[in-house]
Design a protein around this ligand. Structure first.
Ligand code: GDP
Length: 177
């Protein structure tokens, strides 16, 4: 009998950084053109990893800014976070740092499994945030860092290059322990 584990993962970040596109790419395996602001949407997916079955609930949120108050539902019963900014928006990177502080305050001293994702890496000529800055921020949290392109379905980490699925794989890496 496989061991079934329930995992709730919340995707946070400033609006229009690609949260929905990443979630959709991960769950449906396709890129959505056009911008349709999300209210809030939960994707469910069963994923098998070794002998274990994970019932993943991926919560795609409406987008936050530095003034947002995070609801309890983003804190209680959450196993991990994907914090997304766009490499083309310095502001979205600054918002991520303030969101992390809020999460940290909400969770107290408990370990916070986080993956920091710099999305829209395919738009490199329009870059406002260098990969090294994302890496430094993630390191200061003890988090995993990667850049991605939801459009190209690519993840570009320091040592990895692969499909968007890797994002959630890394998250499990934190969660499985
Ligand atoms: P959200 O508000 O954070 O959920 O952002 P969306 O997923 O709705 O994406 C906002 C806009 O950015 C849409 O027009 C997407 O097509 C576009 N977008 C999302 N991810 C990427 C990406 O990796 N590369 C490029 N070039 N565009 C993207």
């Amino acid at each position: 009998m496989p061991l079934v584990r329930y995992r709730k993962v919340v995707i946070l970040g400033y609006r229009s950084v690609g949260k929905t596109s990443l979630a959709h790419q991960f769950v449906e395996g396709e890129f959505l053109e056009g911008y349709d602001p999300t209210v809030e949407n939960t994707y469910s997916k069963i994923v098998t990893l070794g002998k274990d079955e994970f019932h993943l609930h991926l919560v795609d949120t409406a987008g936050q800014d530095e003034y947002s108050i995070l609801p309890y539902s983003f804190i209680i019963g959450v196993h991990g976070y994907v914090l997304v900014y766009s490499v083309t928006s310095l502001h979205s990177f600054q918002v991520i740092a303030s969101l992390y502080q809020k999460l940290h305050e909400g969770h107290g001293k408990t370990r916070l499994p986080v993956v920091l994702v710099g999305n829209k890496a395919d738009l490199s000529p329009d870059r406002e945030v260098q990969a090294v800055e994302g890496k430094k921020l993630a390191e200061s949290w003890g988090a995993t860092f990667m850049e991605s392109s939801a459009r190209e379905n690519q993840v570009l980490g320091l040592k990895i290059r692969g499909k968007i699925r890797v994002v959630v794989f890394f998250l499990w890496h934190c969660l499985v322990v």
